[in-house]
Write a protein that binds this ligand. Structure first.
Ligand SMILES: [Zn+2]
Length: 260
């Protein structure tokens, strides 16, 4: 990074990210050394100590708890957790098996969807239990995944770094963004991700028990090449939702796993 581009605006933007830079004098040598350090979220993951004990999932997704929960890494080569505050508040915990399933799937997506970046949304608290405002996510088997987007049929990431406000975005029944119809949900990529996730889950003696996605999206999802495979797979995708829950699942899809 050169000194020339370090305008105050850029510094403010950087400071508002996950602690990438702290209040340092903006000279190139100090910035260089700070950049080599981990962000607050990456440091949070490094500081977390895995007790190496097997995760125990108790109760149901809507009334349950998690013992020996495992923290998802903040980021990897092709994925990032969507909200720093949520991450630092320990809302990215899950069971060991779900964690391995998610990570294995992202690894496969490096080859299946090269150059695509994915965003992981909320999971569970370290010990499970209620996690406002979710009704489920209580026993480490529920995960929210951000919808990948396209703009003019090219990958689009302009809405992906809004943090928790991403949950508040609105899309129409075709998956087009309310503020810009050129920005659309990438249904084929979602279908591919779900199919691969179920394969990875099976290696961990899990399977997807339910996918929650805006009901009107299902027709568009099943029309895509991977969507046809998804439909044939028998993975359960909800058939009906209350208007509120339906509306909430236009920007992300929710997946519940179950042990097999
Ligand atoms: Zn959810």
């Amino acid at each position: 990074m050169t000194k020339g581009i370090l305008t105050p605006v850029i510094i403010v933007l950087l400071l508002s990210s996950c602690g990438e830079l702290e209040s340092q004098q903006p000279n190139s040598s100090s910035l260089q050394s700070k950049e080599e350090q981990l962000s607050d979220c990456e440091q949070h993951y490094q500081n977390w100590e895995d007790n190496l004990l097997k995760s125990i999932v108790s109760g149901s997704v809507s009334d349950g708890s998690l013992t020996n929960g495992k923290m998802m890494p903040y980021s990897g080569s092709n994925f990032t957790y969507f909200d720093d505050d949520s991450y630092l508040a320990n809302r990215a915990f899950t069971s060991q098996e779900v964690k391995l399933s998610i990570l294995d799937t992202y690894k496969k997506m490096e080859a299946l969807a090269p150059h695509r970046q994915f965003y992981l949304m909320e999971l569970s608290n370290e010990k499970g239990g209620k996690i406002y405002p979710h009704r489920t996510h209580q026993n480490g088997l529920s995960v929210d995944f951000m919808m990948p987007m396209l703009k003019n049929n090219q990958p689009y990431y302009g809405l992906d770094t809004l943090g928790k406000n991403h949950y508040l975005l609105s899309f129409n029944e075709k998956g087009e963004y309310s503020e810009d119809k050129e920005v659309k949900v990438d249904f084929d990529l979602i279908a591919l991700h779900i199919l691969e996730l179920n394969k990875s889950a099976k290696e961990q003696d899990l399977r997807i028990s339910k996918v929650i996605i805006k009901i009107e999206y299902k027709d568009y999802l099943f029309k895509t090449p991977n969507g046809k495979k998804l439909k044939a797979s028998g993975i359960y995708i909800v058939k009906g939702l209350t208007p509120l829950i339906n509306h909430l699942h236009d920007d992300h899809y929710h997946i519940d796993f179950e042990e097999i």
